[in-house]
Design a protein around this ligand. Structure first.
Ligand SMILES: Cc1cc2nc3c(=O)[nH]c(=O)nc-3n(C[C@H](O)[C@H](O)[C@H](O)COP(=O)(O)OP(=O)(O)OC[C@H]3O[C@@H](n4cnc5c(N)ncnc54)[C@H](O)[C@@H]3O)c2cc1C
Ligand code: SF4
Length: 336
């Protein structure tokens, strides 16, 4: 690990100011905000992340979960994953988010990991985490070891010839289905970014994972009021039952009335280079009868653009089954 300067910021303005100043003075040398540290410190120990300055944001008071005036939820960036998963309003109104958080990592990690850190966690592609291997995300232009290498766990949607890594977060999949909004403060002022627009597909710049500019601080996330009558579920399929990243996962938010789907929001994880919204499948289901035929058709449509790699063709059917079963759980057609 390289040596770095550590600063504990006392206000948001100070945190942003330090990051902006360091970026200018050091001509883009990386500055990183430290939240729970469970991704950042890990990657610093591996020499994958090499910030010259680390700004601790734990004392900024961004750790509240509050009702918004319209009946939605405002989640501070530093709210811990465990606190969010067990918050009574989240358990009652946004079950998909609680289930997604509780399916991730371990109890100890969830006690430390934060909302903004989870949102911005880096890929688990093993070549990204190994500085002896070529990786365009870690070192632009160096190549991608995964395309002709071990890619069983990697993406089948949104890939490019430069990178095929998945976004590993469970929480992000739930936030995609809930159409969350990310609130950011930086030298360009305050911005609200729709979740769908926040993460980027790799294209030819896989090192750019979000629309954040250097020094931008995520301050909080907001959720719209829960859709009336909707139920929501998260289903995660993985190699072992706990403490493992998703091979495929599905977040579903649905309202059904008189035997028909009225409102449908779907997102999937473990298969896309970013949290993947399934809009074509949503269109198939909206207005359709709540039955096995419609669910299977939606699952087929959801994966029609999949482009498997040499070792992960199995993910197409796995993801279809995952989405179909999450829909059965949300509509009461299955209980486990
Ligand atoms: C063994 C292990 C197993 C895991 N399993 C899972 C799993 O199954 N599912 C899953 O979803 N996750 C899993 N994780 C990942 C875990 O969820 C993340 O490490 C955690 O959520 C990151 O949060 P943090 O607060 O520790 O982030 P940090 O490490 O502090 O930060 C992560 C990144 O976000 C940036 N950042 C943080 N906050 C802000 C902010 N407010 N504004 C701007 N930038 C910011 C940091 O600079 C850093 O680049 C696992 C992690 C480990 C170590
Ligand atoms: S898939 Fe992406 S993260 Fe993995 S080696 Fe290739 S460029 Fe790097």
């Amino acid at each position: 690990m390289d040596s770095f300067q550590y600063t504990r910021a006392r206000t948001i303005t100070e945190a942003i100011g330090i990051a902006a100043q360091a970026n200018t003075a050091q001509q883009g040398a990386p500055v990183r905000f430290l939240a729970g540290g469970t991704t950042l410190v890990d990657l610093m120990k591996l020499d994958v992340e090499r910030p010259t300055r680390v700004v601790d944001i734990n004392k900024l008071g961004l750790d509240a979960i509050e009702r918004t005036a319209d009946g939605g939820l405002r989640i501070g960036a530093l709210v811990r994953n465990a606190a969010l998963a067990h918050d009574p309003a989240v358990v009652r109104d946004y079950r998909v988010l609680s289930e997604a958080l509780l399916s991730g990592a371990s109890a100890q990690l969830r006690n430390v990991a934060t909302t903004s850190g989870n949102l911005l966690q880096r890929t688990r592609c093993m070549y990204f985490r190994n500085t002896a291997m070529a990786c365009n995300k870690r070192e632009p232009g160096s190549g991608c070891s995964a395309i002709d290498g071990e890619n069983r766990t990697l993406a089948i949607l949104g890939t490019s010839s430069h990178c095929i890594a998945t976004n590993p977060s469970d929480m992000n999949v739930a936030l995609a289905a809930l159409e969350a909004t990310i609130h950011v403060q930086g030298t360009r002022g305050i911005r609200a970014i729709a979740f769908q627009d926040f993460h980027l597909v790799p294209g030819d710049t896989p090192h750019r994972e979000t629309v954040l500019e250097p020094g931008d601080l995520v301050t909080h996330i907001t959720l719209a009021p829960p859709h009336p009558g909707a139920t929501s579920r998260y289903l995660k399929l993985r190699d072992r039952a706990s403490y493992e990243f998703a091979l495929a996962s599905a977040a579903v938010v649905v309202e059904a009335a008189s035997g028909r789907f009225r409102y449908v929001r779907l997102a999937m994880g473990g298969i896309g280079t970013k949290p993947w919204r399934m809009t074509a499948a949503e269109q198939v289901l909206t207005g359709a009868a709540v039955d096995e035929g419609a669910i299977r058709q939606a699952a087929t449509v959801a994966l029609r653009d999949a482009r498997p790699q040499s070792e992960n063709g199995f993910k197409v059917e796995l993801a279809q089954r995952c989405l179909a079963h999450a829909l059965r759980l949300a509509t009461g057609m299955a209980s486990v």
